[in-house]
Design a binder for this molecule. Structure first.
Ligand SMILES: Nc1ncnc2c1ncn2[C@@H]1O[C@H](COP(=O)(O)OP(=O)(O)O)[C@@H](O)[C@H]1O
Ligand SMILES: [Mg+2]
Length: 400
């Protein structure tokens, strides 16, 4: 056998694998790194988190990415250069982390790299008859594999599109393996830049799961802060929003977009939910003059409301549904309060309750996908339902 394939085959045969999951979402806040020990595969997957951290993106790096992020017209040269630069930067971040944790790269079987989303174009966004769904994540896996010396699985979303999906959300697969419960219905809600959720009914087969994007998570609040407060990226601990009052005219205007009427599953991104979305809603509702505090109070309640109303549509009236939240949004106390105030009869908590660190969860889910690609079989995910095809996702890069 080819001497590159032998180590891969050996990794596939192991009882347990050390996999480093990476996630950098649309918030552009940093790279989430989760070092996982994953035993088994499929329904027998057992996960333990060895270490995790988020390495913040430097302000220049963020600025550079923003020159091509979620924009229809960009410099192709910049896109091309950043594909390499982001891969190399992520590799440097991994190497410094492993050094800090005193873990040799030889101990890590695989890296699972999501890459940096640059553009997400489901048909619902572009509405061009001749084209299907599209999405692009950059920070090429070859640069990560070469510069870390670790076999890297990357670019998970293309196969999902090839098999008829929108490339997102991919959470259903890992959520099912980690969080399904025999006696309870479960909602996994992730509040990153975009909010998405997975509904797993008690004793569900994979085919009974609903996994969908909801709309903005932190993104509109972040966009407002970044526009109005120089040097700030988000409303830390909702300190600004807590000083404001909700403007109900603006709230109504923010809710009136067709995306919220589309059936589940659906996906979205910063291409729709960005600062222009907020400014348009302000214009339509003639609320241009309200204070920044009131703006953030309104954006905060709007975010919570569309999250809660979407979940309500999915779980219908059941109160026997536990809601487990993850993502940076859990650190926004007003957002959490607004969500809890809506679901007074459901248990609302974070994934920490199930021993999965809420801020490492998404990176963990990609480690799980890499584990399935290398060591999984084709039985776990059944026939593959709408938006959740039964496929192995990710491409393999060798270090040399
Ligand atoms: N202390 C905090 N107070 C309010 N919001 C926070 C706090 N910490 C993180 N966040 C929010 O979480 C976001 C990052 O969430 P994350 O899950 O990493 O999103 P993404 O997956 O899009 O990168 C930040 O941009 C910010 O809006
Ligand atoms: Mg992030």
């Amino acid at each position: 056998m080819n001497n590159r394939l032998t180590p891969l085959k050996n990794i596939a045969k192991k009882d347990s694998r050390i996999i480093l999951g990476l996630m950098s979402g649309t918030s552009l806040d940093g790279l989430d790194i989760a070092l996982c020990n994953i035993k088994g595969n499929g329904l027998n997957t057992k996960l333990s988190l060895i270490q995790h951290t988020t390495i913040p993106y430097q302000s220049n790096f963020k600025k550079d990415i923003k020159t091509i992020f979620s924009k229809e017209n960009v410099s192709l040269q910049k896109l091309c250069l950043l594909n390499e630069e982001i891969g190399k930067t992520h590799a440097r971040m991994i190497n410094s982390c492993l050094k800090k944790w005193k873990i040799s790269n030889k101990k890590v079987d695989l890296i699972a790299s999501h890459g940096q989303t640059i553009y997400h174009a489901p048909k619902s966004l572009h509405q061009l008859k001749t084209y299907g769904n599209g999405t692009l994540q950059i920070g090429d896996g070859d640069h990560i594999a070469y510069n870390t010396g670790i076999i890297t699985v990357s670019d998970f979303r293309q196969k999902h599109i090839a098999a008829g999906g929108e490339g997102a959300p991919l959470a259903a697969y890992g959520d099912y393996l980690l969080f399904r419960q025999k006696d309870k219905n479960t909602i996994l809600l992730n509040i990153g830049g975009i909010a998405n959720c997975t509904f797993i009914p008690a004793k569900a087969n994979f085919s009974e799961i609903i996994c969908t994007d909801i709309g903005p998570g932190n993104s509109l609040m972040d966009a407002w802060v970044q526009k109005k407060y120089k040097g700030k990226y988000f409303d830390k601990n909702a300190m600004i929003a807590k000083k404001g009052k909700v403007n109900s005219t603006l709230l109504k205007s923010l809710k009136s977009t067709n995306f919220f009427n589309l059936a589940f599953p659906k996906t979205t991104g910063a291409e729709l939910f960005n600062i222009d979305y907020v400014l348009n809603a302000q214009q339509k509702s003639k609320t241009n003059n309200i204070s920044s505090e009131d703006m953030l109070a309104t954006l905060n309640l709007f975010t919570a409301t569309i999250i809660c109303e979407s979940i309500r549509k999915i779980i219908k009236k059941t109160t026997r549904c536990e809601i487990l939240i993850s993502g940076g949004g859990i650190n926004n106390p007003l957002l959490m309060e607004n969500i809890k105030n809506y679901f007074t009869t459901n248990k609302v908590t974070t994934t920490a309750e199930k021993n999965i660190h809420p801020e490492a969860k998404e990176a963990i889910l990609f480690a799980i996908l890499a584990n399935e690609l290398i060591a999984g079989d084709n039985k776990t995910f059944g026939k593959g339902e709408k938006g959740m095809p039964n496929i192995g996702m990710g491409k393999i890069s060798f270090p040399n």
